[in-house]
Ligand binder design. Structure first.
Ligand SMILES: Cc1cc2nc3c(=O)[nH]c(=O)nc-3n(C[C@H](O)[C@H](O)[C@H](O)COP(=O)(O)OP(=O)(O)OC[C@H]3O[C@@H](n4cnc5c(N)ncnc54)[C@H](O)[C@@H]3O)c2cc1C
Length: 527
């Protein structure tokens, strides 16, 4: 038996952030993870050839770069190897007809490009960013707050209701779809095509309520902060946090799966692992798990849990998955539009309607006919990722079914609908063919590929159920005060001393570690 002040289940970004604050305050902390090393979604490996380093899952550290945890610990993390590389040309889009555009971190240059694409549209960009920019401090504070706190209530009130008692402009826009927002602000379809696929990165479809809010957030974030990558790999974030935690006395225990949370007299007092080991927690247990695992497995034997919570946890909804093709390339990509050669992340898609079609096909469990693909080239910013003159590329098909009913194009035989080797190779061919139309040298430069299907993701991380990389649907009906489940008070479970963190809780997916921050601050403020 081992004893700690806090035991944390799972060692992803949220657990790492929570443990950083708790160990800094002198708490003894033990973190258990089923995987062989810390990081969860942060993992960098030479998947294909020596010298080619791929971010196996998450690759872009923007949310961590903007987080309070990074602001608080940047020097200590830098000393432990965390460096980020950024570009002034973070993102672009390439359409099948050869049209393309990109965003820079220079506001004036963006205005000029949008105006060049369609006269008059720069005013729409100004209006969209002005609207979200005016409330950005409150919005970002809420995205890192316990929504059950009085401060959060005050912020939500101010955001939603004006001094005259009427809905604010923010409230009027909050539930708009991405299509509503794009159509209201832009006439030209290329800038719409640039913005539309970003909602897939927040787990939304373009015609979903509240997706317009995320469209504006992405536009603002890309222009303000770019799209930084970790030097040496995204895992640098996890390595530096893990070193800081152990330097502060914390203990990370890999290859260890929690199977049960120990509850005595209504209070969480520890964790039992699959091997029967007991890790005692004198002050708190934090669980980076989804509600179905929490209530359906880890707390299954605990008496007195309200049936309503268990039912809500069972009904936790999963969203679309991701199909990922990593490529080792003999040379960097040469795009049809040469401006994209310098861009870190470019979507290949057929405009707003192309994104909507991909989303609908996925919802109907069809293999997307014309997949929207995000093309990331981190070696552009970080030469240590590939041998000299070569490149690594990540092709992210961000919206794809877990169980496939049929091919929307009617070409691929999907067999029994599971991700067989044949299905995965043939769909990877489609993804590569789609991108190759915009990158003529792509196919000739491929040295090797490594594919991750929704089924692979589910096996790699207990929180990516049904291959859902976002740990649960981020539809508005399962977000903010409704996340993880409406019957639970934010991150506090009905068991004293037991807290839920991770992407299944507010504020959802991403590397910022915000739920870890929220819960660590609750614990430290409460003493
Ligand atoms: C392909 C892909 C690309 C992505 N790209 C980005 C990106 O570029 N930028 C970004 O910000 N986000 C990205 N994300 C999302 C991001 O990776 C996740 O939202 C984030 O990692 C979630 O962090 P977390 O703290 O919830 O824990 P996770 O990273 O999900 O880690 C949870 C850990 O807990 C462990 N665990 C679960 N249950 C148990 C148990 N019972 N016992 C022991 N261990 C357990 C799991 O094995 C896992 O290691 C991406 C995700 C995927 C899949």
């Amino acid at each position: 038996m081992q004893n700690y002040d806090a035991v944390i289940i799972g060692c992803g970004p949220n657990a790492l952030v929570a443990a950083t604050y708790l160990t800094k305050a002198g708490w003894s902390v033990g973190i258990l993870d089923r995987n062989d090393r810390p990081g969860g979604g942060l993992r960098t490996d030479e998947l294909i050839r020596p010298g080619f380093k791929h971010d196996v899952y998450a690759g872009f550290l923007i949310l961590f770069a903007l987080s309070r945890a990074y602001a608080d610990f940047a020097p200590q993390l830098g000393e432990r190897g965390l460096q980020m590389a950024n570009s002034d040309k973070p993102a672009g889009v390439a359409l099948p007809d050869g049209r393309a555009t990109l965003i820079t971190t220079n506001a004036e240059a963006n205005m000029a490009e949008i105006e060049r694409l369609c006269a008059g549209d720069s005013a729409g960009w100004g209006a969209m960013l002005g609207g979200i920019g005016a409330v950005a401090p409150q919005v970002f504070e809420l995205l890192a707050s316990d929504l059950t706190s009085p401060r959060a209530k005050e912020l939500m009130d101010d955001l939603m209701v004006g001094p005259d008692g009427l809905p604010t402009p923010f409230a009027k826009n909050f539930l708009l779809t991405a299509r509503d927002v794009l159509d209201a602000n832009f006439k030209g379809d290329v800038w719409k095509a640039f913005l539309a696929p970003w909602v897939l990165h927040s787990g939304h479809g373009p015609d979903e309520a509240n997706a317009g809010f995320w469209t504006a957030i992405f536009g603002l974030g890309l222009q303000m902060a770019g799209l930084p990558v970790g030097v040496g790999g995204a895992e640098a974030q996890a390595i530096a946090l893990a070193k800081l935690i152990t330097d502060q006395g914390g203990v990370i225990i890999p290859n260890t799966t929690a199977s049960k949370i120990l509850v005595e007299n209504g209070r969480a007092v520890g964790v039992v692992t699959e091997d029967g080991e007991e890790y005692r927690a004198h002050r708190a247990v934090l669980a980076t798990v989804n509600p179905d695992q929490l209530y359906g497995k880890l707390l299954a034997d605990v008496p007195g849990i309200p049936a309503e919570l268990t039912q809500q946890a069972q009904a936790f909804r999963y969203g679309g998955s991701v199909f990922f093709v990593h490529l080792a390339l003999s040379e960097p990509p040469q795009w049809v539009d040469e401006r994209l050669n310098a861009v870190t992340y470019t979507h290949v898609c057929d405009g707003l309607d192309g994104v909507a079609k991909n989303y609908l096909e996925t919802n109907a469990n069809l293999l997307p006919s014309d997949p929207v693909v995000g093309v990331g080239v981190p070696s552009l910013l970080d030469p240590s990722r590939a041998p000299e003159g070569a490149a690594v590329m990540a092709l992210q098909q961000l919206c794809c079914p877990y169980q496939v009913k049929a091919d929307a194009r009617g070409e691929i035989n999907v067999g029994d609908g599971t991700w067989s080797d044949d299905l995965k190779e043939r769909y990877a061919d489609r993804v590569i063919d789609t991108v190759a139309k915009s990158i003529p040298n792509l196919k000739s430069s491929i040295l090797g590929r490594y594919i991750l299907t929704p089924a692979d993701l589910e096996k790699r991380n207990l929180n990516w159920t049904k291959g859902d990389w976002a740990s649960g649907s981020h539809a508005i009906s399962q977000s903010f005060t409704l996340r993880p489940i409406p019957g639970q008070k934010g991150h506090r479970t009905p068991i004293d001393g037991l807290f839920q963190i991770g992407a299944a809780t507010h504020p959802g997916l991403g590397l910022a570690g915000a739920s870890g921050l929220i819960v660590s601050q609750m614990l430290l403020n409460e003493g």
